[in-house]
Design a protein around this ligand. Structure first.
Ligand SMILES: Cc1cc2nc3c(=O)[nH]c(=O)nc-3n(C[C@H](O)[C@H](O)[C@H](O)COP(=O)(O)O)c2cc1C
Ligand code: SF4
Length: 426
């Protein structure tokens, strides 16, 4: 499977974040074309392309846009989720740093399609470099007439505000993001109602990921059929797989949806230490881990679910035979314990206890019963938490016990093999 640069096609060219360089490589041609079409034609085209949201859940983008009520007399908003907090994920930041105008162009097209004037880009606070880069690009777009009043003579006005979050993982959850954007503490809202009808300031709102919107200009220019020709029918297009861990050349690899880990490892020059693959995540730490048995699973929204995990953010974290799975799971669990927003009891209390038990096991004071207690606690969080953060926190634990129970036993005094045999370096 070859690299297929679409979203990354300008990466590595001369200062691609500058508007003149962007324009020289088809930049804003998608917007010019979009403005010759009716808004509903654009929604139909995006729907036809079967573009699915790149933020994790894979919801069909055109359908989401179609949910925005028309002629309701309310303002409509487009909100861009650039929080990118899922451990291992590094896809939106490279887009914003290398090619911010592709996202901006996608935002303006989305605004036109759903009849919104105002868009807000919510970028995580730690990413000051991206906030500066996107702010600069937005300024350039105003200066060139792609934003502001009477955009390209269309008689329409479009405005983008760049907003810095404060660095909370939960503010990536779309409704917590909206609360945070409104100036409140970022905690998820009860759904329904969904943002499409009651979003920002209680008005119809589209919340889309950076990669989702950056894909839109290419679809408008290339057409739905061109997009659908890449990847499987149910999950077309490309994905930027972010590879990290025990891989020779970590980084972003854009390839058609449905590329396998075996192919990605080959593209990235093999395993970093020549050791054998042990476990990996297909889409970030909140997605159930896979093993070497899953090397040939096509990494797309449907096939990954069929194999027992979630495609998530295509954040592929790779571990080898020397890595201790329980230690890795402990680190992720400590992250979820820290990032739990505290709104609901199963997650607030559950992630605390999960971390306590894992710490006990890793410190060599665990018991065999602790493994069952972990599974029982996961069972009581999964499906009972208020938002998907709670479910995600249980994924690494239950999947690692499913595949690597012996590694847990090895750390429990008197229960199994010495820890040295399963590795203790991670
Ligand atoms: C805890 C949590 C964190 C999330 N973080 C992000 C994020 O950083 N970026 C993102 O685009 N979506 C994130 N999501 C998913 C969003 O809620 C939402 O589905 C997404 O922004 C929709 O955009 P899309 O349809 O373009 O994928 C998160 C969800 C949860 C539950
Ligand atoms: S699951 Fe966790 S993050 Fe989500 S609302 Fe409950 S406490 Fe907050």
């Amino acid at each position: 499977m070859p690299l297929t640069p679409v979203l990354t096609k300008r990466f590595g060219t001369n200062q691609p974040w500058k508007i003149d360089n962007y324009e020289a490589l088809d930049g804003y041609a998608g917007l010019r074309k979009a403005l010759t079409l009716q808004p509903d034609e654009i929604i139909a085209m995006v729907k036809d392309s079967n573009l699915r949201g790149r933020g994790g859940a894979g919801f069909p983008t055109g359908l989401k846009w179609q949910f925005i009520p028309q002629n309701d007399g309310k303002p409509h908003y487009v909100v861009i989720n650039a929080d990118e907090g899922e451990p291992g994920t590094c896809r939106d930041l490279p887009i914003m740093m290398n090619d911010p105008h592709s996202m901006i162009e996608g935002i303006i097209i989305a605004c036109y399609a759903v009849r919104a004037q105002n868009a807000f880009v919510y970028i995580r606070g730690e990413a000051i470099h991206a906030i500066r880069r996107v702010t600069g690009a937005v300024r350039e777009a105003y200066a060139k007439g792609y934003l502001g009043t009477n955009v390209l003579g269309s008689g329409l006005d479009f405005d983008i505000t760049v907003h810095s979050g404060a660095g909370a993982y939960i503010c990536g959850e779309e409704t917590a993001l909206l609360d945070s954007l409104e100036g409140r503490r970022g905690q998820p809202r009860l759904k329904p109602p969904f943002p499409a009808t009651n979003g920002l300031y209680d008005a119809p709102t589209v919340v889309n990921n950076v990669g989702t919107l950056a894909s839109v200009p290419y679809i408008v220019l290339g057409g739905a059929d061109w997009f659908k020709a890449m990847g499987p029918e149910g999950s077309p297009g490309t994905s930027i797989y972010s590879l990290s861990g025990r891989i020779a050349n970590p980084g972003q690899y854009e390839a058609p949806m449905g590329t396998t880990l075996r192919e990605l490892i080959a593209m990235a020059g093999g395993m970093s230490r020549g050791k054998e693959l042990k476990f990996w995540t297909p889409g970030g730490s909140s997605t159930p881990m896979f093993t070497k048995e899953h090397l040939d699973v096509p990494l797309d929204f449907d096939a990954v679910v069929k194999a027992g995990s979630i495609n998530g953010t295509s954040a592929v974290m790779i571990f080898d035979e020397d890595d201790n799975v329980v230690r890795a799971v402990l680190k992720w669990t400590q992250f979820y314990e820290h990032e739990s927003c505290g709104k609901c009891t199963p997650c607030r209390e559950g992630t605390f206890w999960l971390a306590q038990i894992l710490e006990r096991i890793v410190d060599g004071h665990g018991t065999v019963e602790d493994i069952d207690t972990l599974l029982d606690a996961c069972d009581n969080i999964n499906g009972r938490a208020f938002c998907a953060l709670g479910d995600g926190a249980t994924s690494p634990i239950s999947s690692s016990i499913k595949y690597f129970r012996d590694d847990y036993l090895a750390l429990i005094p008197g229960a199994g093999r010495p820890a040295a045999l399963v590795g203790a370096t991670a």
